[in-house]
Each structure stands twice: as structure tokens, then as C-alpha cells.
Design a protein around this ligand. Structure first.
Ligand code: 5RP
Length: 230
């Protein structure tokens, strides 16, 4: 399903584009397919701006030429995955812990195309715990503020957990040196209010609500892909 979504997204790529390269398994499948199209000559002159160290490695492995993010002043198109997508193309992202860089790049892009499998489509955001990237300094204070913000924006509950590395001992640290708080709310009835309240907390570097950024969502299915536009 992910490969079908990625293949459909590749149709939107034109030679010479500066491409934002998202993070996660679906984005990596897209990067492999992009690398293959560059090898056959079907596409040329592409430069990719990676949203994480993982993506940078994947792009290097696939033979996709890269442009360092600090040399990019604009981006034609970003292709990225998502953890949840609702009917208004509001997203939860950050399952891979790359949300700050993903949002910087998505925001700088003329267009963002989201590639997901159909399991990511939801009626209401929030079953997937919302990732919030925070400065490690005084993160317990920030976590309390995050809890208050999400409850005040209508979340029926909110369990805030510091994300840990695979070994379960040390905190997970993002490429930018931040921590991630995973906020299990069950439902987020007012994502805009949640986004506004989270953005106002000093220790919050960025939150995983991507609102108003995606205009195209490509949904991979068993036998193809559906392109949704708003
Ligand atoms: C990483 C992300 C990913 O896009 C999201 O987690 C989806 O990943 P996958 O394609 O592996 O399901 O936001 O921070």
C-alpha cells in the first residue's frame, strides 16, 4: 500500500525540482523509487532536502543528490508520510520523531503531498498519541503545560509520556537535540485550538499537528492508490 502511494506521488515530481524529503517508512519507499527514476534518466536535476539524518542516509543510499537545508531558500514540493490524516487533511506527524524539521520543510514548500496507507485515515485526530518536541531544559514544567493546553482544548484525557530510546532507559533525542512528549488524548476535538495553545508554550519547539499544509493526500491501497485533493 505504501509503495502504491509512493509511486503515485512520483508522478508529481518534475526534473529540476527542489524536493523536500520526508521521514518514515513511506517517505523512504518514495526515496527509493525516486532514486530508481534518476538512475533510468526518467528524472534529472533533482535536489532533495532531507528532514532527518535517517532520510539523509536513505537518500544517499538511493543515489538522490542532496541540498543542505541551510542552502535551500524555497522548496518546490515535499513528499512526506503521516501518522493520522482527517477529512480536512489535518495531520498528526512525528511518530518518527522528526516533526520540527518536517514542519520547517513542509511550511517552506510550494506544495506538500502526503503519502499514507489507508489505515492512517481517521474521522477525528487523536487516537495516535500526539508528539510534541520540547527543549530538554525543565521539560517536566513544559510537560505540565502541554497537559493543561491539551485538556483546555477539549481533549477528554491526556497521558503525557517522555519518549524513550529503544533500550527504554535513555530519552529519545531528536536530530535537533530535543525531547519528544507523546500525548495520548484519545481524541482531539479541536486541533486548531490545541495547536494554538501548544505553540504558545515557551519550551515547546514544535507540535505534531500539521494544519493547512497538505492539499493532496495519496492513499495507498492493496491494488493501487487514490489521490485526494482539497
Ligand atoms: C516521522 C513522521 C512520519 O511521516 C510518520 O511517522 C509516518 O511514518 P510511516 O510512513 O513509517 O508510517 O511523521 O516523524
Amino acid at each position: 500500500m505504501k509503495a502504491h502511494a509512493a509511486a503515485a506521488a512520483l508522478e508529481y515530481v518534475e526534473s529540476g525540482m527542489i524536493l523536500g524529503l520526508g521521514s518514515g517508512s513511506t517517505a523512504e519507499i518514495f526515496i527509493e523509487q525516486l532514486g530508481a527514476a534518476l538512475k533510468t534518466g526518467a528524472l534529472s536535476g533533482i535536489r532533495g532536502v532531507p528532514t532527518s539524518a535517517m532520510t539523509e542516509r536513505a537518500a544517499q543510499g538511493a543515489g538522490v543528490p542532496l541540498m543542505p537545508a541551510d542552502q535551500a531558500s524555497r522548496i518546490d514540493l515535499t513528499i512526506d508520510g503521516a501518522d493520522e490524516v482527517d477529512g480536512r487533511f489535518r495531520l498528526i506527524k512525528g511518530g518518527g520523531g522528526c516533526l520540527l524539521r518536517e514542519k520547517i520543510i513542509a511550511h517552506a514548500s510550494d506544495r506538500m503531498i502526503v503519502v499514507v496507507d489507508e489505515t492512517k485515515l481517521v474521522e477525528m485526530l487523536g487516537a495516535f498519541p500526539l508528539p510534541v518536541e520540547v527543549d530538554p531544559f525543565a521539560f517536566t514544567i513544559t510537560a505540565k503545560k502541554v497537559f493543561d493546553a491539551l485538556r483546555a482544548s477539549g481533549a477528554p484525557r491526556c497521558d503525557v509520556a517522555l519518549r524513550r530510546r529503544g533500550d527504554g532507559l535513555e530519552p529519545f533525542v531528536t536530530d535537533g537535540g530535543h525531547f519528544i512528549l507523546d500525548c495520548a488524548c484519545g481524541e482531539l476535538p479541536d486541533p486548531e485550538a490545541a495547536a494554538r495553545r501548544l505553540a504558545a508554550i515557551p519550551g515547546v519547539m514544535e507540535h505534531g499537528l500539521f494544519i493547512g499544509l497538505a492539499r493532496t493526500v495519496i492513499v495507498g491501497e492493496e491494488d493501487g492508490a487514490e489521490v485526494l485533493e482539497i
